[in-house]
Design a protein around this ligand. Structure first.
Ligand code: RTP
Ligand code: MG
Length: 140
C-alpha cells in the first residue's frame, strides 16, 4: 500500500458541536496524520465551485447553504491508503446506513449535515487539496 494524501472537511454541524478534536482523534488512532489544517468560513462562491460536480443534483443549493452556515476545518490527511481509509472511517453518506463506529454513525445529524467530507479518489484529493492549501502549508 502506498502513502497517500487525502482532503478532509469537518463540516459546520460538527464544528458547531465542538467535535473537531473527537473527529481528529479517530483519524489519528487509525493511522492518518494531519499534515495541514485550518479553520475557514467559506464564501458562497468558494463552496459552489467546490461542489460544482453536484450542480445538477436536487440537493445542490441546500448543500451550499449548509456548507456556508458556519466555519469548517479543512485538512490534509496522510497515511497508508489514506483516501480509502478515510472513506471507511467516515461511513456511508446517510448516517442511517453508516456502519457502527464510523464518524457519521457517531456524529452525523442527517444525510446533509453529515459531519465530514473526504475525497473519493486520489485524483480528486489532489485537486481538492490544491483548492484550499498552498504547498507551503502542508508539512508532512
Ligand atoms: P462528501 O462528498 O461530503 O465526502 O460525501 P459523499 O461523497 O459521501 O456524498 P456525495 O454524494 O458526494 O454528496 C456530497 C454531500 O452532499 C450532501 N448530500 N445531501 N439531501 C441529500 O439527499 C444529500 N445527498 C448528499 C451530503 O452532505 C454529502 O456529504
Ligand atoms: Mg463526495
Amino acid at each position: 500500500m502506498a502513502i497517500e494524501r487525502t482532503f478532509s472537511i469537518i463540516k459546520p454541524d460538527a464544528t458547531r458541536r465542538n467535535l473537531t478534536g473527537a473527529i481528529n482523534a479517530i483519524f489519528e488512532k487509525n493511522g492518518l496524520r494531519i499534515v495541514a489544517q485550518k479553520r475557514v468560513w467559506m464564501s458562497r462562491a468558494h463552496a459552489k465551485k467546490f461542489y460544482e460536480v453536484h450542480a445538477a443534483r436536487p440537493f445542490y443549493n441546500d448543500l451550499v447553504d449548509f456548507m456556508v452556515s458556519g466555519p469548517v476545518v479543512v485538512q490534509v490527511l496522510e497515511g497508508e491508503d489514506a483516501v480509502a481509509k478515510n472513506r471507511e472511517l467516515m461511513g456511508a453518506t446517510n448516517p442511517a446506513n453508516a456502519a457502527e463506529g464510523t464518524i457519521r454513525k457517531l456524529y452525523a445529524e442527517s444525510i446533509e449535515a453529515n459531519s465530514v467530507h473526504g475525497s473519493d479518489s486520489l485524483e480528486n484529493a489532489a485537486i481538492e487539496i490544491a483548492y484550499f492549501f498552498a504547498g507551503t502549508e502542508i508539512v508532512g
